[in-house]
Design a protein around this ligand. Sequence first.
Ligand SMILES: [Zn+2]
Length: 427
Amino acid sequence: MNKLIVFSFCTTLVVSCSNPKPPTTAPQNDSALTVEPAQVEEVVAVDKSHTEWFAIPAKSTTFTELRKLDFTAPEILELVSASKSIHSLERIPAGTKFSVTWSDDTKTERAKISFATSKSKRLEFDLTEKPWTPSEIELPISKLMRTFTGTVTTTLWDSASSAGMAPSLIPELAEIFAWQVDFSREVQPGDRWRLVVEEKFIEDEAVGWGPVLAAQFHTKSGDKYTGIRFAPEGESASYFQEDGSSLKRMFLKSPLKFGRISSRFSKSRFHPILKYNRPHNGVDYAAPIGTPVRTVGDGRVTFVGRNGGSGKMIKIRHNSVYTTAYLHLNGYAKNLRRGSKVEQGQVIGYVGNTGLSTGPHLHFSFYKHGRFVDPLGVKFPSADPVPESSMTAFASVAQNSLAKLPEWNLDREFAQSEEGEMDIFLQ
Ligand SMILES: [Zn+2]
């Protein structure tokens, strides 16, 4: 009996759809009672609801916009007050999109209101049931594989834009091979790259990029690098070469062999000399004057000399991503100059008390993409190879990801010619 009641209700909706004049009363349709149950299911599935999207214009408010849609002031206050438990409607900025759903296109009965509080979240109210209670809906993210390939003619960035790739993926590519290629300095015309990456979608709208799954970088001079994303069991994902070795090089844990951490990285610390709070953009190691200071990784010296409150300072650029700095030094290693190449563990200077310093110590700073990071807090990807226990899984991931790489961009491939190299790839 229940099903038949549902059926007659839905018939109403179907009738109202095909009939320009919506019926005001339930249909007196006896034939409905003779319909087979199978057909009932079919009719129940018909959704007659009608949804329209709106946006809160600049200089307007949720209140004003909802009033325009015939919500009464008390109704709006109810929505606002109920919303506070999840995401207050009072905090919704101009430009926010929201939708109203009616039970059908006559727009007489409101069924739902939904606010797009972020790209992936909706604050929804079922308006058919009082009291109105908000719920937060997390929209499902779908993923699509995208492949890109490019050849450098001028810069890596230009090669991305001519490949139709979002420039935001270039730093990803650069980071994968950061220890192999110095992307901001060593990239040459004729270098080529290809990668496969996940693109994320919410309701058919592209909302961002997932990780690069595999990438290759081949230099014009013949060096070939491959990076495959893989998370060994119990570890976070990192990039490995086809044989399972890591593309990363590890940093030394500390620039001092022996030394006690006397002050940690902090967003706000009371400065003992300046007497006010300011960020402490590094880690301090207390150690006697003259203690040898080692570079934590291979790189090139970009600064050596006095630098105001930093005292005697050395800065080392490890690759296009990471730079380290060593402050308050007493002196520098012999022959250390700007541009000198240094190897991990090499002594570059000696602990001192120069600049704004209250006692002998080394201030050690770590930069990633030019920004301070906490050398003790940041998790550097492991430089260990894929462990033996994960090799089988890795081999299958590697085969899968590499198979997804696109064909090399052969039509833009660099070639040598009598007429000159540039002619070939600028044609
Ligand atoms: Zn310090």
